[in-house]
Design a protein around this ligand. Structure first.
Ligand code: SIN
Length: 365
């Protein structure tokens, strides 16, 4: 055990000795958060579940029933039969998919998140007392056109979130029909595709929060419970630099599991995990920038292993129905086009968090 872990354990034992058992557990989520957030000494990451390491204990790979989805590979994704899907033994309902995106696909979603989504009428966190309306209306264009180095830096670190579809009201913690805009078709289709591939049923993406994390920033522990439908899964897509993600229980008294989230990784909070506490205590530089591996290295066979088994029992779009911005998708393979986005993501992580708000059959709030 490392010195850091020993000190950590000693701290916990000290608290255990001086407080009631209840109080000792009460700090468990916060305690892990503080541990992984620490700048110095750098924490021991040996307990962080690493899905890139096949010796990691406590995770179980599972196969998908993918026959029906072979035909329709969504642009920017690897074929479903090649996806690596895992469950965590202690966290029922939570699904982890190890980067099912191609480098071009990752670039597409990162570009959507920084160039397009933070645009009026979508809502951004930027404070009207600190930034002119032009920045609030179209942050990326202003950021690109800004020639002052300090202003540019200020604009970058200030941008922390954009909301899409139903806009979450952070004060009331409610959604309303008054605060709603069209949900992006491409992101709705991506979420639906994952729901179908994972056999999680019909899914209607109606709200999303895009979080921007410059390296060193964090997101405190919380649950997502503002939606009318608390059964529909939550889809979380991570891009850019690496994070440590904590997933705990339904109270903060439970010690969370920590996992690495790397670019392209997908976390689905379904069933028992849907209402669990989660947080991001650390965002750090990725060891490998897989989104910059170009041209695409094909590491999976293009043909499905057993094409004879094809049957189409679910309604997947045909290749002509993809809702992606095809021009943008093509541009993402061009290094000149990609250059400003590459710079942005060089020290940032982006997370897209998608929710279904309405229950099946419910038409409005
Ligand atoms: C969130 O819970 O809203 C974001 C989680 C993440 O950044 O992975």
């Amino acid at each position: 055990m490392s010195t850091e872990s020993t000190c950590h354990l000693a701290g916990i034992l000290e608290i255990f000795a001086s407080n009631s058992i209840f109080k000792q557990y009460e700090i468990m989520f916060k305690d892990s958060f503080k541990f992984y957030k620490a700048k110095w000494p750098i924490p021991d990451f040996s307990d962080v579940l690493d899905f890139n390491d096949n010796t990691t204990k406590g995770i179980v790979e599972f196969g998908l029933d993918v026959d029906s989805i072979y035909e329709a590979v969504m642009p920017g994704l690897k074929p479903v039969y090649s996806w690596k899907c895992y469950e965590i033994t202690d966290r029922p309902g939570l699904i982890f998919i190890r980067n099912p995106f191609t480098p071009q696909g990752q670039r597409y979603w990162m570009t959507r998140c920084v160039r397009d989504y933070p645009k009026r009428p979508n809502v951004v966190n930027l404070n009207a007392k600190l930034f002119p309306q032009t920045v609030i209306d179209d942050w990326w264009s202003c950021y690109q056109n800004c020639s002052d180095k300090d202003d540019k830096r200020r604009m970058k670190v200030a941008m922390r979130w954009t909301t899409l579809g139903y806009h979450h009201d952070w004060d009331s913690k409610h959604y309303s029909e008054r605060m709603k805009n069209k949900f992006p078709d491409d992101l709705a289709q991506l979420s639906e595709y994952f729901s179908k591939a994972l056999r999680l049923g019909k899914y209607s993406a109606e709200a999303a929060i895009v979080n921007y994390y410059p390296i060193g920033t964090t997101l405190a522990g919380h649950t997502d419970h503002s939606e009318s439908d608390l059964e529909a899964p939550l889809f979380s897509f991570s891009f850019g630099q690496t994070a440590i993600f904590l997933i705990g229980g339904t109270t903060k008294e439970e010690k969370p599991s920590a996992l690495f989230l790397r670019s392209g990784d997908v976390v689905v909070m379904a069933k028992q995990s849907r209402l669990c506490y989660h947080a991001v205590p650390r965002v750090m530089k990725a060891n490998i920038e897989n989104w910059n591996e170009f041209p695409i290295k094909r590491d999976v066979p293009l043909e499905p292993p057993n094409p004879k088994k094809l049957k189409c029992d679910i309604d997947l779009p045909t290749t002509d129905d993809w809702q992606l911005d095809t021009k943008l998708f093509e541009n993402c393979a061009d290094e000149n086009f990609w250059s400003p986005f590459r710079q942005f993501v060089n020290d940032s992580r982006i997370n897209i968090n998608v929710r279904q708000v309405l229950k099946e059959g419910q038409e409005s709030l």
